[in-house]
Design a binder for this molecule. Structure first.
Ligand code: TYM
Length: 336
């Protein structure tokens, strides 16, 4: 605990709904694991965010997916001795702080959010929760006096608005919040869909559409089928700078999962065609997923083990979040 106090703090989370995929792994989960020793880590399963499109989230489904996400965090290498893992809805301060931050957040800021605009486009009814999504995310981050938020590129705007909200609050009520920064991979922060390399690989699309993404729990046959049919072009360009979007996406995945340099990779594929890249990428993905899936199968059966980790996580998170919320309330003139 003493050493934890000296380390910078990291906070991040994943929505448990949809199919957690190789893009989430490369952009977020693997980055969390890589940095685990360096920071004091808090990782959340953001189930309240999943409720912002309630039509897609039935109660039994949500219960199952929250447990699955927790087991996946652990299976990917999050170590409960080094990191706190908890479920957002079990720490009530998140929803409470979100309300208080709502009161200082101009609607215009939320109207500019590109993720809101694209999600709202496809919905018949847009809930207030979806509009307010970034404020809840700001509450998540600010409750823990977070220094760094490791995320994929799509969350950049949400971290920016978190900073804006924190600064506005501090300006109005005094220096209460720490201003967080994002932590992002230089390459691999935006993995694209295999079927459509112009759009980001998405959990919700991956759940309903074949060959869009690779789920962390997909069997080797599915991995093979998805990559073999991935969109390419009629050239033979296997250099990062000149490759078409679909080929570049596979090169970037290969780069992220092997840890090899771009120079090395281009040299390796110098006289190859797309078929060779695809075959090698299939092997790399299958080898990456194999140990994750094996650990997942063990963990998901150990209900008590999983529940204990989440219980301890909840207790630690509640303690930190409770302290922050008290300070926030006092600074706003609310009685405790
Ligand atoms: P979510 O659940 O959509 O995604 C989880 C993490 O995966 C990253 N990611 C990707 N990275 C690379 N390529 C992709 N195609 C790709 N798709 C997703 C995301 O950037 C994210 O890091 N709003 C967040 C959840 C959240 C959160 C937070 C994150 C709620 N509160 C506080 C950090 C801190 C979200 O919906 O992520």
């Amino acid at each position: 605990m003493e050493t934890n106090l000296k380390k910078k703090r990291v906070f991040s989370g994943i929505q448990p709904t949809g199919q957690i995929h190789i893009g989430n792994y490369v952009g977020a989960l693997s980055l969390w694991v890589e940095n685990q020793d360096q920071y004091d880590n808090i990782f959340c399963i953001v189930d309240l965010h999943s409720l912002t499109i309630p039509e897609k989230v039935k109660p039994d489904y949500l219960r199952r997916k929250v447990k699955e996400a927790a087991a996946l965090y652990l299976a990917c290498g999050i170590d409960p001795d080094k990191s706190t893992i908890f479920i957002q809805s079990q720490v009530t301060q998140h929803a409470e702080l979100a309300w208080l931050l709502n009161c200082v957040t101009p609607m215009g800021w939320l109207e500019r959010m590109t993720q809101f605009k694209s999600k709202a486009e496809s919905l018949e009814t847009v809930g207030t929760g979806l509009f307010d999504y970034p404020v809840l995310m700001a509450a998540d981050i600010l409750l823990y006096k977070t220094d760094y938020v490791p995320v994929g590129e799509d969350q950049k705007q949400h971290i920016e608005i978190t900073r804006d909200i924190a600064q506005r609050f501090n300006h109005m009520y005094g220096e209460v919040f720490k201003i967080p920064e994002e932590l992002m991979r230089k390459s691999g922060a935006r993995i694209m869909g295999f079927d459509d390399p112009e759009s980001k690989m998405s959990k919700s699309i991956g759940e309903v559409k074949k060959r869009h993404s690779i789920g962390l729990l997909d069997p080797p046959d599915t991995v093979k089928d998805t990559i073999m049919k991935a969109t390419t072009d009629s050239n033979r360009e296997l250099r990062f700078e000149y490759a078409s979007p679909g080929v570049k996406n596979m090169l970037v995945l290969y780069e992220a999962l092997t840890g090899k340099s771009r120079e090395e990779i281009e040299k390796h594929f110098e006289n190859s065609n797309y078929g060779t890249l695809k075959k090698e990428l299939i092997d790399v993905v299958v080898e990456t997923l194999k140990p994750i899936q094996a650990r997942f199968e063990e963990i998901i059966r150990e209900e008590t083990y999983l529940n204990n980790i989440l219980k301890e996580g909840r207790e630690r998170a509640t303690e930190i979040a409770g302290d922050t919320l008290d300070i926030v309330k006092r600074s706003m003139g609310l009685s405790l």
